[in-house]
Design a protein around this ligand. Structure first.
Ligand code: ADP
Ligand code: ADP
Ligand code: ZN
Length: 214
């Protein structure tokens, strides 16, 4: 099963993608996580991506598409995957569709996690991330057992630089301009499913499960 998660920054794409990946035993692929791992390891790709990420802008399509296509060509993606944070522009979606259709394949579902802008700023300032293992928490809605420490791997959590309110506002603008048009794009392909992302995380997952099991 091949799934795309759509939604504003902070809508809960990553949270739900991880649950889908666990349940359906497919890899969770986050381009944001790939970029952050590269930044942490000081690679050339990481240094290039950081310039854009720190400003709340998108990393250029050429760079992003190449990384994603390499990743989905890996052996563990044979039975499908859940993409989180890709595609983020129409050209990215078109490249992915073309690559898949050349293999006689296509995306099965695009799940839009719908959350209005005013809820987003609040969510982002409470988000805490583990750069070591990719786990995500929230100080209020998904707290760790020990404050500031990852439940899964024991490393220290960070508040992402780009989760500060000024940058979040910029990212929301970028989302509306460049990513939101993907909702119509996938609706046109009859694979769009929307869920109410303002519900409790468990409820959102139940709604997604109902879609994927229908
Ligand atoms: P969030 O989950 O909060 O939406 P991500 O971790 O997906 O954030 O992305 C963080 C940043 O990484 C984005 O603001 C952007 O700069 C960059 N990025 C991630 N995925 C893409 C993509 N598909 N295209 C361009 N830039 C991307
Ligand atoms: P995205 O990947 O779309 O940027 P995340 O999954 O990282 O979003 O979620 C953003 C923040 O909001 C995280 O701190 C997460 O724990 C929290 N969160 C996710 N889903 C919900 C929800 N349904 N209700 C409240 N908080 C949530
Ligand atoms: Zn961790």
């Amino acid at each position: 099963m091949k799934i795309i998660m759509l939604g504003a920054p902070g809508a809960g794409k990553g949270t739900q993608a991880k649950r889908i990946a666990d349940k359906w035993k497919i890899p969770h692929i986050s381009t944001g996580d790939i970029f952050r791992a590269n930044i942490k390891n000081g690679t050339e790709l990481g240094m290039e991506a950081k310039k854009y990420m720190d400003q709340g802008a998108l990393v250029p399509d050429e760079l992003t598409v190449k990384i994603l296509l390499d990743r989905v060509a890996a052996k563990d993606c044979e039975n499908g995957y859940v993409l989180d944070g890709f595609p983020r522009t129409i050209p990215q979606a078109e490249v992915l569709d073309k690559a898949l259709s050349e293999m006689g394949d296509s995306i099965d579902y695009a799940i839009n996690v719908d959350v209005p802008d005013d809820s987003i700023i609040n969510r982002m300032s409470g988000r805490r991330a583990c750069v070591s293992c990719g786990a995500t928490y929230h100080i209020e809605f998904a707290p760790t057992k020990t404050e500031g420490i990852c439940d899964r791997c024991g490393k220290e959590l960070i508040l992402r630089d780009d989760d500060k309110p000024e940058t979040v506002k910029k990212r929301l603008m970028v989302y509306h301009e460049q990513t939101q048009p993907l909702i119509d794009y996938y609706a046109g392909k009859n694979i769009l499913k929307s869920v109410d992302g303002t519900k409790d995380m468990k409820e959102v997952f139940k709604d997604i499960q109902a879609i994927l099991e229908a």
